[in-house]
Design a protein around this ligand. Structure first.
Ligand SMILES: C[S@@+](CC[C@H](N)C(=O)[O-])C[C@H]1O[C@@H](n2cnc3c(N)ncnc32)[C@H](O)[C@@H]1O
Length: 276
């Protein structure tokens, strides 16, 4: 526990610019570990409330059910047929692949700053309506008004300048487009995220706090995560991997979500055309 507290106390207060300096090589490094292509998601997963209809998945997708449920909850009931979708921070591509197969948009493009993650996606998935490219969330390589929906899941905490990212999303979204955005922050910082979204020209359609559903997914995913950590992480780095993966022992995530020191939030946004 002492090691965990030390990790938490050293990492938690870092500003976004400094955090990015550590996180960029970290994501390149972890992308090099999974040589079997077993890890397709890097989010905490989500267990929806008991009254929600159970998501029907193909048998091969069951192992990733919790992570897929977080994507499903984020995208909600949007009908994506005939739509063009961008995922920023697509990681190992599991979410974009789920959306391409189950929700059938005309096209979904995943972008990520991690070169190895994008290389993995280009080899792992081959669907006509799915593609990937390497790009920085703060400098999106697309013309104005290119997309009907932009998705961003558990990635924005890595960006040095979140306002620049919000401006880029606003620019590449069509006038009737939607921005589905979820991530975590230290609880007092969530109000600032909301304020920056408004300043960037978005109107909030939905806001929700997901801590309970995230905690219950972490409970249910404990065995699988510990198995992956034992398989892929060097012994000395295990406490770091456990913190990062948010297992139940983790100080920075499981305990912090439980004590509401951190909040996992979800926004659904549209462009605020009234101020245009
Ligand atoms: C926790 S992972 C989440 C990946 C994916 N959304 C998922 O749920 O599986 C965060 C991802 O954000 C990416 N990322 C970090 N900084 C980025 C940036 N400036 N631009 C684009 N992607 C970035 C990382 O490379 C990593 O793949």
């Amino acid at each position: 526990m002492a090691m965990r507290n030390l990790l938490y106390r050293s990492f938690a207060p870092l500003g976004p610019q400094v955090r990015a300096i550590f996180l960029r090589p970290w994501y390149e490094y972890i992308s090099s570990l999974d040589r079997e292509g077993e890890v397709r998601f890097m989010n905490y997963g989500f267990q929806p409330p008991g009254d929600k209809q159970v998501l029907v998945l193909e048998p091969a997708d069951e192992r990733d059910r919790l992570c897929i449920q977080l994507y499903d909850h984020l995208v909600g009931s949007s009908n994506l047929q005939g739509k063009s979708v961008l995922e920023v921070g697509s990681g190992r591509g599991g979410g974009a692949n789920y959306i391409a197969r189950y929700l059938a948009p005309t096209q979904i493009t995943g972008v990520d700053i991690t070169r190895r993650a994008v290389q993995f996606c280009l080899l792992a998935y081959s669907l006509d309506n799915l593609d990937f490219r390497q790009a920085d969330a703060e400098d999106l390589p697309f013309p104005d008004s290119s997309f009907d929906l932009v998705i961003n899941l558990e990635s924005s905490h890595c960006y040095p300048n979140i306002s620049r990212f919000f401006c880029e999303v606003h620019r590449v979204l069509g006038s009737e487009g939607r921005f589905a955005f979820a991530d975590w922050r230290a609880t007092p910082a969530v109000a600032q995220v909301r304020e920056l979204l408004l300043q960037s020209g978005f109107a909030i359609l939905e806001y929700e706090e997901l801590n309970n559903g995230i905690l219950s997914a972490i409970d249910d995913d404990e065995q699988r995560k510990n198995r992956l950590i034992r398989k892929y992480s060097p012994t000395l780095l295990r406490p770091v991997f456990e913190e990062f993966a948010g297992v139940k022992r983790s100080r920075a995530f499981y305990q912090a979500f439980k004590q509401n020191e951190r909040t996992y939030f979800r926004f659904l946004l549209k462009k605020d055309n009234s101020s245009a």
